[in-house]
Design a protein. Sequence first.
Length: 214
Amino acid sequence: MDSFEWNKIIGAVLGTAIFIFVVRLVAEHIYEAEKPEKPGYVVEGVVETAAGGGAAAPVEETMPDWGTVLAAADVAAGKALVSKCEQCHDVTKDSPNKIGPNLFAVVDRPRGSHEGFAYSSAMKNKPGNWTYDELFKFIKAPGVDIPGTKMSFAGMRSEKDRINLIAYLRSEADTPAPIPAPAPKKEAAPAAEAAPAAGAPAKGPGGPVPAAPK
């Protein structure tokens, strides 16, 4: 086979490859699906990501009135939810640490203080106790609340589930953490005094003010 025949074969192969490439580009342009502005559904326990690929900052939420919600919490439902935690934690007294520290009497315990567990530097460098508010925020998205934590759990979005879980964790203690008093109810603002109708005399300290003579 001479060089002319080889040139024809190579040309045919290159031409076919170019044709396939062009057809693919055209097809992708024609059938490209538009991305929705908002997802159709949210998967429970998955942390949203920012455009750069990192965890997005959580939307600031109002903390529950613990004096009210703990009294009405479903501790049994919280006990069922704790199965999500028991893969890495034990919640019973005097049990050894697992992948994560033991959670017995965790409510109001100083953060990063359970004996025998090697906490991340991020956890050790964040002072304070595991108050109701701090647990509520951390359970929602551990990696967002404390970047660098060893806890890989994606989080629990449901406010009701977090309240029930915290109520159960509170019950797992020799002396459960005290429940704060309910927040005082806000008094309704007094209704604004109705403005006088058009043409009606304005009211002064001693009664209606007579209109000025015309």
